[in-house]
Design a protein around this ligand. Structure first.
Ligand code: ATP
Ligand code: MG
Length: 646
């Protein structure tokens, strides 16, 4: 693993909200006096009725119960919009950048207010009220944010389903939460390609049944089938309602949204987040992790269909009165300079993306980056997977010109917000490490028997105490919540991720625990072997899984995608084996390498290792559900060229 350390610059330490001394002081207080600490922090948002009780949580077996600020009353939409109107009515709340580079617009807080109220009134006139579930299946257009905030305004619970999901995946999610209304668009646009959203909704309803209303946003203008007793146009309905809509007073523990996890590891779960704690946590992490100051232009490239889009495009930034950029397109359309051109066009200061995008762009070399200015950039962020040091260095050197710290933020749909991360004015950076816990977060590394390990160690990552942004339950299935997260290690939240803590107390996420490979009794994280492979100049991406091996127990099977223009060969195969052997040690050298033109990824860009495991085990007939893959076709190639055919 990388040994490099980057110190905090004096300028960053001075201008940031938090420097190292302040981090230590605040962190110590956050764990020694959580009630005092969070009670004060919660004042960052506005309450209709103040809370008197701060934390009321239990991780005890049979009694998993998580409540924060429970007797407080508030409204999330009011916090994200109305309270800013006086001071920031004319400030841009959302910059929208379309898939087509000639399309963009600015939406002020005042306009946001009016659009959200109209959407909320449309829902109200269809009898949607507090506690009702609303499915949102929209592309990355401002209406997605309007719809989410409209639900929050009237107390309805939204379930945003990523617009790349198939009709089957959508149907499954509509059925699970029994939503009676769906908000969609005629079509989506991604990389110049049209996505038939309305047609997908029709197909999903044919499966799920029992939907009363479909609101259709006109986006591309394509002709779509409208069922007159069920479907109606958003722009027509918007003409019939006013731009005033009172905010529903919500208890802190009333649900805000359901979000189905991406499904990298199997059947999706309806992660439920509530109102008060979630908003406090999203807002606070957004401010400190991205060191957000008034006037900054902030861009998170995630889709609103993922939790990152919920917490760090919509709720966190808007709660802070920020200007948040929403991007409809993809990193390589019309070309590989798109991200950097958007940064220059809108003078973006803070940029937050995923390792999968960084690796893909790295594959295209430095030129598409270097022909842009990026002078406005001050801070870079990463989320979604471990970022291998090679990609980190490229992001730092080429994109950030060694001037922008990188915050490698570890968190999950379940955690609501960032839990382990550097703070740019406080934390030294080590490429590949998510570094230190955020305020109030108590990570523990345990061994297979649940024994808490001290000091330098590696094992399974748990969180010992609750934090306000924590999920409250699996929607409609509290037993599954306890079973999934609290039964492996009693009394702790189990993240499912493996982790190493180094001598400085920094945390390194090593990948999912299910993915740990056991070679001749040595346990190895997949991230380490992958990082080593990707560090080779000809390798663009790698995924490593275990497969049954007669002698070693498990062997290492590596799928390797080469840089554009590089041809696979036996010589290269041998070279890569030798490379890993020299880099990590003989124990880590791959037994089998398959050159793969593409890897199976979820729509959020994560590698679906369960599929790779099945192929490596020579069981191509039991791959399971592949419908949520971004490109199901890559699987056929992988199966055809598998290296372990019996
Ligand atoms: P599912 O739970 O349905 O299988 P998922 O885990 O991919 O899907 P998310 O909640 O979006 O859904 O992802 C959280 C996971 O992503 C973490 O548990 C971790 O494995 C990985 N992850 C996220 N950020 C980082 C990071 N900065 N470093 C390392 N891993 C990360
Ligand atoms: Mg997960």
């Amino acid at each position: 693993m990388s040994e490099k350390i980057y110190d905090v610059s004096a300028e960053w330490a001075r201008r940031a909200w938090v420097d190292d001394a302040k981090y230590r002081e605040m962190y110590a207080r956050s764990v020694s006096d959580p009630n005092g600490f969070w009670g004060e922090q919660a004042k960052r948002i506005g309450w209709i009725k103040p809370f008197h009780k701060v934390e009321n949580t239990s991780f005890a077996p049979g009694n998993i119960s998580i409540k924060w600020f429970e007797d407080g009353v508030l409204n999330v939409a009011w916090n994200c919009i109305d309270r800013h109107l006086e001071k920031r009515g004319d400030q841009t709340a959302i910059i929208w950048e379309g898939d087509d580079p000639s399309q963009s617009k600015h939406i002020t807080y005042r306009q946001l207010h009016d659009e959200v109220c109209k959407m909320a009134n449309i829902l109200r006139t269809r009898n949607v009220g507090k506690g009702d579930r609303v499915t949102i299946y929209l592309p990355m257009i401002p209406e997605a944010a309007y719809a989410m905030l409209a639900c929050a305004r009237i107390g309805a619970i939204h379930s945003v389903v990523f617009a790349g999901f198939s009709p089957d995946s959508l149907a499954q999610r509509i059925t699970d939460c029994q939503s009676k209304i769906i908000i969609t668009a005629d079509e989506g646009l991604r990389g110049g390609k049209k996505v038939p959203l309305k047609a997908n909704v029709d197909a999903a309803i044919a499966k799920a049944g029992d939907v009363d209303w479909v609101v259709v946003v006109k986006h591309t203008g394509a002709a779509v089938d409208m069922n007159p007793s069920r479907d109606f146009w958003h722009h027509e309905a918007a003409e019939m309602v006013t731009t005033e809509c009172p905010c529903e007073p919500m208890h802190a523990e009333d649900p805000l949204f359901i979000l189905y996890t991406s499904g990298s590891t199997g059947q999706p779960k309806g992660v439920l987040h509530t109102t008060g704690g979630y908003l406090v946590f999203a807002s606070m992490t957004h401010q400190y992790v991205f060191d957000y100051h008034d006037g900054d232009i902030y861009w998170c490239t995630a889709d609103v269909g993922w939790v990152t889009g919920h917490s760090y495009i919509v709720y966190g930034p808007l709660a802070n009165g920020a200007t948040t950029l929403m991007f409809e397109g993809v990193p390589n359309y019309p070309d590989n300079s798109r991200f950097w051109n958007v940064i220059d066009k809108h003078k973006v200061n803070i940029f937050y993306t995923a390792p999968t995008a960084i690796r893909a762009l790295m594959q295209g070399g430095d030129a598409p980056v270097k022909k842009t200015s990026r002078k406005s950039l001050r801070l870079l962020g990463s989320v979604g997977e471990p970022i291998n040091p090679e990609a980190w260095e490229w992001y730092y050197r080429v994109v950030g010109e060694e001037r922008c710290p990188i915050v490698d933020t570890w968190w999950q749909t379940e955690t609501g917000g960032i839990l382990i991360t550097p703070l740019p004015g406080a934390t030294r950076l080590k490429p590949g490490s998510a570094t230190r816990p955020f305020f109030g977060v108590v990570p523990e590394i345990v061994d297979a028997d649940g024994k808490v390990l001290e000091g330098e160690c590696s094992g399974n990552l748990c969180i010992a105490k609750s934090w306000p942004g924590q999920m409250r339950t699996v929607y409609g299935d509290h037993a599954r919540f306890e079973q999934t997260y609290f039964s492996t290690y009693k009394g702790k939240y189990f993240t499912g991720d493996g982790c190493r803590r180094d001598a400085d107390g920094f945390y390194w996420i090593t990948g999912r625990v299910d993915d740990v490979i056991n070679v001749s009794g040595h346990r190895m994280g997949t991230a380490e072997v992958e990082s080593s492979l990707v560090a080779h100049a000809l390798v663009s991406e790698a995924a490593v899984v275990g497969y049954p091996h007669d002698i070693k127990g498990q062997g290492i099977y590596a799928y390797v995608t080469l840089m554009t223009g590089t041809e696979p060969s036996e010589a290269l195969r041998k070279e890569l084996v030798a490379w890993v052997r020299k880099d990590i040690g003989p124990i880590a050298s791959p037994d089998l390498i398959q050159f793969a033109p593409g890897l199976p990824k979820t729509r959020s860009g994560k590698i679906m290792r369960r599929i790779l495991r099945k192929i490596a085990e020579d069981e191509p007939s039991s791959l399971g559900d592949t419908s949520t893959l971004a490109d199901p076709a890559v699987v056929d190639d992988l199966v055809a060229h598998r290296q372990n055919k019996k």
